[in-house]
Every structure is written in C-alpha cells, then in structure tokens.
Design a protein around this ligand. Structure first.
Ligand code: HEC
Ligand code: HEC
Ligand code: HEC
Ligand code: HEC
Ligand code: HEC
Ligand code: HEC
Ligand code: HEC
Ligand code: HEC
Ligand code: HEC
Ligand code: HEC
Ligand code: HEC
Length: 382
C-alpha cells in the first residue's frame, strides 16, 4: 500500500472518531433514569447506571464495542438496533453454547451492563449465586422440581445454609456453557461420565470405588454397573449416615440384586430393617459401600475368613460357628444353598409322607367304623 494512502486512512479514521459518539455522549441520554421505551406493550428502562457500568468487567470498553452498529454515528441513533454479539470477543464460551444447544442467552446468566468476573461475590455466576441464577428458569420447570430438591439435599444445605463454596453447585455437575442432557454421551451427567464429575471433589471415594467389583464391571460395561448416582440422589443428596438413606439404599441395591434383596427381606436383619429399625444390618454393613468385593476375593467382607470380624462389629461374641447363619438363606435355591435345599426337601418328603400315611390310616379307620356301625344297626333291627 502506498505511504500516502495509509496516511489518508489514518487521518480519516481520526476525524471520523472525533465526530462519532463517545461513551460519555451515550451517557448524556442514557444516564437519565426516566428514559424508557415501550416494547410489545411493556415499558422497558433504557437507563444505564454509570457507576455500576464503570466497575463491571467491561467498564473499560466503549459502548460501541458491544453495540457495534452504533460505531461511527454522530449524535443520535435509530430505533431498531442489532443484537449484541458476545461471541465477537468470547468465542470459547459461545462455541460451547452453540454445540450444547442449552436454550439460554449469555445475558440470562451474566446480565448486560453489570457483568462481573465469576470470582466476584456480587456476580450472578459466583458459586453462592449460581443456584439462584439457574433457578430463575428451572424452578418448577421439571417434575420433581430440581431446585427444591437441590436446596434440601446435602450439597444445597452445605452451600446455602453453611455458605461453604466448595460444595457442589449446578455448574460443577452440569458445566457452565456445555450444558447437556443426561442422554447425550458428551454430557457431564451421562452415565459413563458421572463418576469423573463427582471425582472432581470426592477423589478418595471414587478411587476406592474403582477398586471394587462395581468399578471393575463399570470398566467393561458402564450400563450394568452402579455409578455414584445409582446409590446417591443427584439433587436430593442424602446425608450418608441418615436412617432414611440406609433404608433407601437397600431398595437401590435390590433393584439390581433382586434375588439377594428378596432373601435379605425374608431373613432376620431384613425383617427388622423393613420395620424401620436400622441398628440391624443393611447391605453395606456386611458388604461395604464403595469397596464391595466378590465373596471369593480374600479382601471381601463376606469372605469366609473375614466373617467373624464383619459380624463381630455388632455381635461381639461372634465365632466361626455363629457365622454359619446365612443372611440370604433361601431353601428354594439348590445351587447356592444345597444343604438347606436338601434338608428342606427331606422335611417336605417326611411331612408329606407322614401326612399321607396318617391320612390313609384315618380314612381306613373311618370306613371301618362306618361299616361296623351299619352292621351293628342292622343286627339291632332283628
Ligand atoms: C440523544 C440521546 C441519545 C444518545 C446520545 C444515545 N441514545 Fe440510545 N437511545 C435513545 C433513545 C431515545 C432510545 C429509545 C429509542 C426508541 O424508542 O426505540 C435509545 C435506545 C437505545 C438502545 C435500545 C434500542 C433497542 O433496540 O431497544 C440502545 C442499545 C442504545 N440506545 C444505545 C446507545 C448507545 C450505545 C449510545 C452511544 C453510542 C446511545 N444509545 C446514544 C437516546 C440516545
Ligand atoms: C458487554 C457488552 C455491552 C456493553 C459494553 C454495553 N452494552 Fe448495552 N446492551 C448489551 C446487551 C447484551 C443488551 C441487550 C440487548 C442485546 O442483546 O442487544 C444491551 C442493551 C442495551 C440497552 C437497551 C436496554 C436494556 O438494558 O436492554 C441500552 C439502552 C444499552 N444497552 C445502552 C448501552 C450503553 C449506553 C453502553 C455504554 C455505556 C452500553 N450499552 C454498553 C451489552 C452491552
Ligand atoms: C469487545 C469485546 C467484548 C465483548 C463484545 C464482550 N466482552 Fe466480555 N470481556 C471482554 C474483556 C476485554 C473482558 C475483561 C478481560 C478478561 O478478563 O477477559 C471481558 C470480561 C468478561 C467477563 C469476566 C471474565 C473473567 O474471567 O473475569 C465475563 C463474564 C464476560 N466478559 C461476559 C461477556 C458477555 C456475557 C458478553 C455479551 C453480553 C460480553 N462479555 C461481551 C471483552 C468483551
Ligand atoms: C446457563 C448460564 C450461562 C450462560 C447462558 C452463559 N454463561 Fe458464561 N458462565 C456461566 C457460569 C456459571 C460461569 C462461571 C464459571 C466458573 O465459575 O468458573 C460463566 C463464566 C463465563 C466467563 C468467564 C470465563 C470462563 O469461561 O470461565 C465468560 C467470559 C463467560 N461466561 C461468557 C459467556 C458468554 C459469552 C456467553 C454466551 C455465549 C455465556 N457466558 C453464557 C454461566 C453461563
Ligand atoms: C452433584 C451433582 C449435581 C448438582 C450439584 C446439580 N445437578 Fe442437576 N443433575 C445431575 C445429574 C446426575 C442429573 C441426571 C439425572 C439424574 O440422575 O437425576 C441431573 C439432571 C438435571 C436436569 C435434567 C432433569 C430432567 O429431568 O431431565 C436439570 C434441569 C438439572 N439437573 C438442573 C440442575 C440445577 C438447576 C442445579 C442447581 C440448582 C443442579 N442441577 C445441580 C447432577 C447434579
Ligand atoms: C433462560 C432460562 C434458563 C437458564 C437461566 C438456565 N436454563 Fe437450563 N434449560 C432451560 C430450558 C428452556 C431447557 C430445556 C428444557 C427441556 O428441554 O425440558 C433447559 C435445559 C437444561 C438441562 C437439561 C438438558 C436436557 O436436554 O435434558 C440442564 C441439565 C440444565 N438446563 C441446566 C442448567 C443449569 C445448570 C443452569 C445454570 C448454570 C441453567 N440450566 C440455566 C432454560 C434455562
Ligand atoms: C453401591 C452403592 C454406592 C455407590 C455406587 C456409591 N456409593 Fe457413596 N455411599 C454408599 C453408602 C451405602 C454410603 C454410606 C456410608 C457407608 O456405609 O460407608 C456411602 C457414603 C458416601 C459418602 C459419605 C462419606 C463416606 O464414605 O461415608 C460420599 C461422599 C459418597 N458416598 C460419595 C460417592 C461417590 C462420589 C460415588 C461414585 C464413585 C459413590 N458414592 C458411589 C453407597 C454407594
Ligand atoms: C464441587 C465439589 C463437589 C462435587 C462435584 C460433588 N460433591 Fe458431593 N459433596 C461436596 C461437599 C463439600 C460435601 C459436604 C461434605 C460434608 O460435609 O460431608 C459433599 C457431600 C456429599 C455427600 C454426603 C456426604 C455425607 O457425609 O453425608 C454425598 C453422598 C455426596 N456429596 C455425593 C456426591 C455425588 C454422588 C456427586 C456427583 C454426582 C458429588 N457429590 C459431587 C462436594 C462436591
Ligand atoms: C448380615 C450380613 C449381610 C447382609 C445384611 C447382606 N448380606 Fe449379602 N451376603 C452376606 C454373606 C455372608 C454372603 C455370602 C454367603 C451367601 O452367599 O449367602 C452374601 C452374599 C451376597 C451376594 C453374593 C456375593 C458373591 O460374591 O457371590 C450378593 C450379590 C449380596 N450378598 C448382596 C446383598 C444385598 C443386595 C443386600 C441387601 C439387600 C445384602 N447382600 C445384605 C451377608 C450379608
Ligand atoms: C446398577 C446395578 C447395581 C446396583 C445398584 C448395585 N449392584 Fe452390586 N453388582 C452389580 C453387578 C452388575 C455386579 C457384578 C455381576 C454380579 O455378580 O451380579 C455386582 C456385584 C456385586 C457383588 C459381588 C457379587 C459377585 O457375584 O461377585 C456384591 C456383593 C454386590 N454387588 C453388592 C451390592 C450392594 C450391597 C449394593 C448396594 C449398596 C449393590 N451391589 C448395588 C450391579 C449393581
Ligand atoms: C450392623 C450391625 C450388624 C451386623 C454387621 C450383623 N448383625 Fe446380626 N443382628 C444385628 C442386630 C441389631 C440384631 C438384633 C438382635 C440382637 O439384639 O442381637 C441381629 C440379629 C441377628 C440374628 C438373630 C438374633 C440372634 O442374635 O440370634 C442372627 C442369627 C444374626 N444377627 C447373625 C448375623 C451374622 C451371621 C452376621 C454376619 C454375617 C451379622 N448378624 C451381622 C446387627 C448386626
């Protein structure tokens, strides 16, 4: 480009920008708090608070950096303006939003002229304020209401009541811009990814889980294995030591281990648990929670060598003999409990045999008595 042309362009730009409206020109009109406009029958304020704007993350920007179509205008502007494109400067966030298709605008979560960094406690996306921001749309949107559930769950209580910002807020589990439904394989809450999502904070628990039989199954077929949210609620997360959780977790184990759940419910510990008495053993007391192993594993709590210790937690005098009691005893199951099955079978045969013998015996006696009675009566008529 010839030197003269460059000089002309620079000069022209300087002239045009000296005539164009500056941010303070915009404020000449827009710092008037009575300035309004009627949009679809509603009165909308056009007031911009200069102080709030100046202290926002964009306080250094000119109005026309965002309201691009007003750049270069001299003293006034038209009525219909083009929408602001945040994506011009924040393409990462915008690209994630477009890919995830979560139906919200940047300004729904961030605001417009009062945007602050997420680390600022007054920001709408500061940890403590995120639930309120998401719940402007999500309260009463789903059944059951995720916002009500979150508030009464462990994470919500720890955050909202105790003010602990290291608790889980909506975007810790869902992302901020990459929000997707559970059915989307790229979602943070998809079955295959949910353990990693919880692991951001519960590292130790997730490591233990990975060593367990469930963790092993998860590696091969995530669809079959329980994940964190198979045993814990996502929003209404229960305190792990609460009785209500211990009773609920028995039901959750039993949705997959139907047979063991059934036999548990028919035996001593299950029957008293069914009545709401949680001091008796529930599944995790004998099997563990995140460290569940197959009975054949020498580390398993129900490996024959460890049963004295496992039962002994609650039955202090427990010895090997005591552990012969089978918490899942089922006399219908010949494969798992052959002794029980054959003893049961023998008892059934014995009982039916006995009843059959005495039944026939009684019947014959009856016939004999009847005939004798007849004979006696006919003898008496003579
Ligand atoms: C002379 C006063 C005046 C100045 C200077 C002015 N505006 Fe406005 N602005 C108005 C009025 C009046 C309206 C309402 C127009 C209408 O009824 O649609 C308005 C509306 C707007 C709207 C809303 C438009 C819409 O579609 O709802 C925006 C955005 C806006 N102004 C931005 C700016 C910016 C940025 C500047 C500086 C570059 C600026 N204005 C300078 C008076 C002014
Ligand atoms: C960070 C980007 C950004 C900056 C900088 C910005 N605005 Fe806006 N402004 C928006 C957005 C977003 C809207 C909502 C409408 C839209 O999406 O176009 C908006 C809307 C408005 C409106 C319409 C009323 C309302 O609140 O919706 C006015 C008036 C306005 N801006 C004036 C200004 C003035 C004056 C300045 C400079 C002092 C300014 N804006 C700077 C992003 C910005
Ligand atoms: C003209 C470029 C530009 C536009 C358009 C723009 N921003 Fe910004 N934004 C910036 C700059 C520059 C900063 C301050 C530097 C930084 O921290 O990234 C910033 C900071 C932010 C921050 C704080 C980031 C942090 O980590 O501190 C948020 C949030 C933000 N912008 C959101 C928006 C939203 C929402 C819109 C649209 C309404 C928008 N921005 C439009 C340039 C822009
Ligand atoms: C559903 C709510 C929501 C929407 C919509 C949204 N954001 Fe955010 N955004 C957040 C949250 C929450 C954070 C805080 C993340 C954190 O704490 O690290 C954030 C953080 C940011 C930041 C700070 C830097 C970063 O990425 O952590 C920028 C910049 C930003 N958003 C820009 C945008 C832009 C641009 C749009 C629109 C394309 C947008 N956001 C839409 C919720 C939202
Ligand atoms: C500890 C992680 C976690 C937190 C915190 C969390 N969610 Fe969720 N959310 C999930 C999981 C996992 C699912 C998938 C469904 C399920 O397992 O119940 C989900 C599902 C959803 C759904 C879809 C519900 C449906 O029925 O399709 C919405 C909407 C939602 N969450 C919004 C929120 C909002 C809003 C917040 C904050 C108030 C929040 N979530 C906090 C983990 C979380
Ligand atoms: C402007 C309103 C609005 C805001 C703010 C908002 N959402 Fe949404 N969100 C929606 C709508 C609308 C849907 C779609 C509902 C549907 O399909 O049933 C949705 C869907 C979702 C879904 C489920 C996606 C699916 O496909 O099942 C999740 C999860 C979610 N939002 C989380 C959040 C989180 C987390 C926040 C805060 C960071 C948030 N939303 C903020 C309006 C909003
Ligand atoms: C098979 C069911 C099950 C699965 C899967 C599971 N938990 Fe647990 N979790 C429990 C039970 C039962 C407790 C109650 C405490 C106990 O008995 O050790 C518990 C307790 C907890 C606690 C309280 C601390 C503690 O250890 O007592 C946290 C935190 C926790 N789980 C997080 C997780 C996370 C994160 C995952 C995902 C890897 C997960 N859980 C997977 C059943 C499960
Ligand atoms: C951002 C960090 C974070 C994330 C992500 C997170 N949690 Fe938590 N969680 C916490 C904190 C902090 C507590 C409260 C610790 C406490 O007081 O016991 C907690 C408490 C819990 C409890 C109750 C523990 C108890 O002692 O009763 C369970 C269960 C739990 N989380 C499960 C999950 C599951 C499942 C996920 C994934 C879906 C998850 N958490 C994701 C931080 C997180
Ligand atoms: C009082 C302790 C106790 C309770 C409570 C208990 N179990 Fe067991 N469980 C055992 C013992 C001991 C074995 C091994 C002997 C057997 O198979 O009967 C076992 C075996 C199992 C097995 C087969 C293990 C293998 O490696 O073959 C599963 C699965 C199982 N239990 C699930 C459950 C579920 C689900 C619950 C709750 C509904 C539960 N258990 C409650 C003690 C218990
Ligand atoms: C989402 C389904 C699911 C849930 C929920 C679940 N499990 Fe499992 N569990 C499995 C699968 C699949 C296996 C491996 C295949 C098998 O042996 O049954 C397994 C294996 C086991 C084993 C070892 C059995 C063996 O044959 O090696 C025990 C013991 C066990 N689970 C106990 C529990 C307990 C206790 C709970 C509740 C705290 C529970 N499981 C919750 C699916 C589940
Ligand atoms: C979490 C505690 C707990 C664990 C672990 C536990 N039990 Fe129990 N069990 C109880 C309670 C409480 C009762 C109620 C009767 C009582 O007061 O002893 C009971 C009752 C019994 C009974 C019937 C009543 C009796 O005392 O004769 C038997 C048999 C029994 N348990 C066997 C076992 C065996 C075998 C194991 C190990 C595989 C085991 N229990 C593990 C708490 C537990």
């Amino acid at each position: 480009m010839p030197k003269a042309l460059i000089v002309t362009i620079v000069l022209l730009t300087a002239v045009s920008s000296s005539l164009a409206m500056s941010t303070s020109d915009c404020f000449d009109c827009h710092s008037d708090d009575t300035l309004t406009k009627v949009v679809r029958g509603n009165e909308v304020s056009l007031f911009i608070d200069e102080e709030i704007y100046g202290k926002s993350a964009h306080g250094e920007l000119d109005c026309t950096d965002c309201h691009e179509d007003l750049a270069g205008l001299e003293d006034e502007h038209g009525e219909e303006l083009k929408p602001v494109q945040c994506s011009n400067c924040h393409d990462d966030a915008a690209e994630e939003m477009t890919a995830a298709e979560h139906p919200a605008e940047c300004s729904d979560c961030h605001g417009k002229h009062d945007i602050l960094p997420p680390s600022d406690s007054r920001s709408s996306v500061y940890d403590l304020n995120v639930p309120g921001t998401c719940c402007t749309c999500h309260s009463e949107q789903e059944t059951p209401d995720v916002c009500v559930q979150y508030e009464s769950g462990m994470h919500g209580m720890v955050l909202l009541r105790s003010g602990m910002i290291f608790s889980a807020v909506c975007n810790d589990c869902h992302g901020s811009h990459d929000i997707r439904g559970a059915g989307d394989p790229e979602s943070m809450i998809a079955r295959a990814n949910i353990n990693d999502t919880c692991a951001a904070c519960h590292k130790g628990v997730v490591e233990t889980y990975r060593q367990s039989i469930h963790g092993e199954i998860f590696r091969d077929s995530p669809e079959d294995a329980p994940v964190c949210t198979s045993c814990h609620s996502a929003h209404d997360t229960e305190r792990a030591m609460d009785d209500a959780f211990l009773i609920t977790v028995v039901k959750r184990c039993s949705t997959c281990h139907e047979e063991m759940g059934y036999t548990f419910s028919k035996n001593y510990h299950g029957q008293v648990t069914g009545m709401g008495y949680t001091r008796a053993a529930q599944c995790p007391d004998c099997h563990g929670a995140h460290d569940i192993l197959s009975r054949d594993d020498p580390e398993s709590m129900v490996h024959p060598d460890n049963l004295v210790a496992t039962c002994g937690k609650c039955h202090p005098g427990a010895n090997r003999n005591f552990t012969m009691y089978m918490p899942h005893a089922d006399y219908h199951d010949a494969q798992r409990y052959p002794m029980l099955y054959y003893v049961y079978l023998a008892m059934v045969i014995l009982l039916t045999g006995t009843f059959a013998f005495f039944g026939i015996h009684t019947l014959l006696w009856f016939i004999r008595a009847y005939l004798e009675n007849l004979r006696n009566r006919s003898g008496g008529a003579h």
